[in-house]
Design a protein. Structure first.
Length: 137
C-alpha cells in the first residue's frame, strides 16, 4: 500500500463518518437544553471547516497507518483486528488528551464531551479499519 492510497483512504473514511454524524449534531443542537445562540450558526464556512478538519485528521491517520505497516507484519493479525487496534490507539493516544484539554479550558457539558469522544473514536476506528482493509487487498 503506497502513501497516496493510505492518505486518500484515511480522508475518505473520516469524511464518511463526518457525513453520517453531521445530522446527529443538528438533532442535538435542536434538542439541547442550552439556547441555540450558543451554537455556531450553520453556514457554508462552518460546514467546510467541519469537513476539512475530518479530512485532514483522516489523512494524517492514513500517514500514521502507512508508517506503522511493520506492526501488522510482525503480529500476523487479521485486517479488522489490526484496524481496530490502530483506530482505538489513535483515538486514545492522539485525540483523548486533546478532548481532555478542551474540556478543562472550555465549559462543555458531560454529555457534549461524551458525544465528542464518541465521534472521535468512531472516526479514528473507521479510518483504522478502512486503511487496514485497503492494506490487506
Amino acid at each position: 500500500m503506497d502513501l497516496s492510497t493510505s492518505i486518500s483512504t484515511g480522508a475518505a473514511a473520516s469524511l464518511a463518518v463526518a457525513l453520517i454524524l453531521r445530522p446527529l449534531w443538528s438533532r442535538i443542537a435542536i434538542h439541547s437544553k442550552h439556547p441555540l445562540d450558543q451554537w455556531i450558526p450553520i453556514s457554508t464556512r462552518t460546514e467546510a471547516l467541519y469537513l476539512a478538519a475530518h479530512a485532514i485528521a483522516g489523512a494524517t491517520q492514513g500517514v500514521l497507518f502507512w508508517l506503522s505497516w511493520g506492526f501488522a507484519a510482525l503480529y500476523h493479525l487479521s485486517w479488522w483486528t489490526h484496524g481496530l487496534i490502530i483506530g482505538l490507539s489513535y483515538s486514545l493516544l492522539l485525540m483523548l488528551p486533546l478532548l481532555i484539554a478542551c474540556a478543562a479550558v472550555i465549559r462543555i457539558s458531560k454529555s457534549m464531551w461524551w458525544l465528542l469522544l464518541g465521534e472521535t473514536v468512531m472516526t479514528c476506528t473507521a479510518v483504522g479499519l478502512a486503511c487496514s482493509w485497503n492494506w490487506m487487498q
